[in-house]
Design a protein around this ligand. Structure first.
Ligand SMILES: [Zn+2]
Length: 217
């Protein structure tokens, strides 16, 4: 057994993580007193965190209450376009600037995450760590900031495309390819491999949505 990863300690990060992990889903109402109790902090930091999340459009008003925002079809598509471009750029810059140690961390992550292929929730967390590691390896702080923003909005998608049957295995093979390109310092190859990875994830999500619409009649 490995010890659980220590979670964030400030109210903003705690609420953000809860949205990210699906504890709170799009449409759920967030109540200050309940959050204060759940996270064991006083109401003032919770209120400030909620205001900040509202400013970032992660929360929206429904009458007097705050609910977790959701993305419509167009917003989702727009987000994937930006994500593909920025992640591709990050991979390109990582191939150029990553240190030997950073490349080794990416390789170790891919190997370790192979064991999680059949556990969508664990894989989704590992996936975020992996992409974050590539962002950092780009050694471009403005790009890292923009990607943080994109990934925060990604949390508003109700489910991960990694939850689709078989997607975990394919995504891991794609991660492997991305790291191989970075290891070979192939900037075009890394850019292309990461764009393709994001494109396949988007296609998977579109199919997931289509299936859901069918189920709902
Ligand atoms: Zn990925």
């Amino acid at each position: 057994m490995t010890a659980p990863r220590p979670g964030p300690t400030d109210a903003y990060a705690m609420i953000l993580e809860a949205i990210d992990l699906g504890t709170y889903r799009p449409g759920d109402r967030l109540v200050e007193s309940e959050l204060a109790e759940r996270f064991g902090v006083s109401r003032t930091p919770i209120r400030e965190a909620l205001q900040r999340l509202e400013t970032q459009s992660l929360l929206t008003r429904d009458g007097r209450s705050l609910i977790v925002a959701s993305l419509d079809h167009n917003q989702t598509a727009e987000l994937y376009v930006v994500r593909g471009e920025l992640e591709g750029l990050a991979a390109r810059l990582a191939a150029r600037h990553a240190t030997v140690e950073e490349v080794r961390v990416l390789r170790d992550m891919v190997e370790a995450d192979n064991d999680l292929r059949d556990d969508p929730a664990a894989l989704a967390r590992a996936n975020r760590r992996f992409h974050r590691q590539i962002h950092l390896a780009s050694h471009n702080r403005y790009l890292v900031q923009q990607l943080d923003l994109v990934h925060r909005s990604m949390a508003l998608m109700a489910t991960s495309s990694l939850a689709v049957e078989g997607r975990g295995h394919i995504a891991q093979a794609e991660h492997d390819k991305i790291v191989r390109m970075i290891e070979q310092r192939d900037e075009d190859g890394a850019d292309e491999a990461l764009r393709l990875h994001i494109s396949v994830a988007f296609t998977t999500r579109l199919k997931q949505e289509a299936a859901r619409r069918e189920e709902e009649g």
